[in-house]
Design a binder for this molecule. Sequence first.
Ligand code: GLU
Length: 294
Amino acid sequence: MRLARTTAYATAAALALTLSACGDDDETASTDVEVAEGCDEFDSGTTMLELCEAGEVTIGVKTDQPGIGFLEPGAEAPTGFDIEMGRIVAGALGIEDSGITWEETISDNREPFLVDGVVDIVIASYSITADRAKLVGQAGPYYVTGQQLLVRQEDAETIASPEDLEGVSVCSVTGSTSLTTVEDEYGAEPVAFDTYSQCVDALESGETDVLTTDGAILLGYEAENPDELQVTGEEFSVERYGIGYEKGDTAMCEFLTDTIEQSYENGTWEQAFESTLGQSGVETPKPPETDPCP
Ligand code: GLU
């Protein structure tokens, strides 16, 4: 199942490449990203000018979330909606795909990676929250989803809402909003791992009974193993995905926000969505309005 799923993604990515990115030899490319020419548009002293002149950017992404940020075994670059957003941002900085370093992040190290300068930006199913705003900047949102439940199919009737979680073993990830919500609000018995794919393994083996996080992430796992796993119930939180940047860099925030809005206007956001999350059966939503920069 896992293999079939992976192949489906690879095929979708390859098809999109054939249709839209002739001449580009990056096999994972699927959105027609325009790479800006020259760095004249950036003011001196800005992070954007620095990155543009270097022709390189390091982007923190997930690598185990199909449809969002997923590194197929043996592949050189990850694929997914967040990856496409990363390519769009890099293009606006005048940086080619070959100048992007994809750095794997897990939920718990996104803030430290930004604070310590391990990455320039984070695009990793990264909900905008007031707590995170104390440490990092987050531009956007560029996508809105909500927390749901993933269960083994035989439990789909009995575990269908967060009210069913009292005393139930529920897996989620350290440093995520998902874990905090079920722990604080629904009295679940939490099982915490570093990554969601570890939770999927625990769910499949019976070590835990539920995996909870954003619906967009869960749909990717359900699509990997549709005979055994099922997303249940309605969304019970609002998760607004933002692009993380170094706190206080207002010019960077303005640039990221403009780039997100331009992607809505020039069709690349829609293309990015349809070639990635759209493949797990998620309907392309209306793009969300972005927040003003602080
Ligand atoms: N979007 C949520 C968060 O940022 C859950 C998904 C994740 O952990 O990446 O915490």
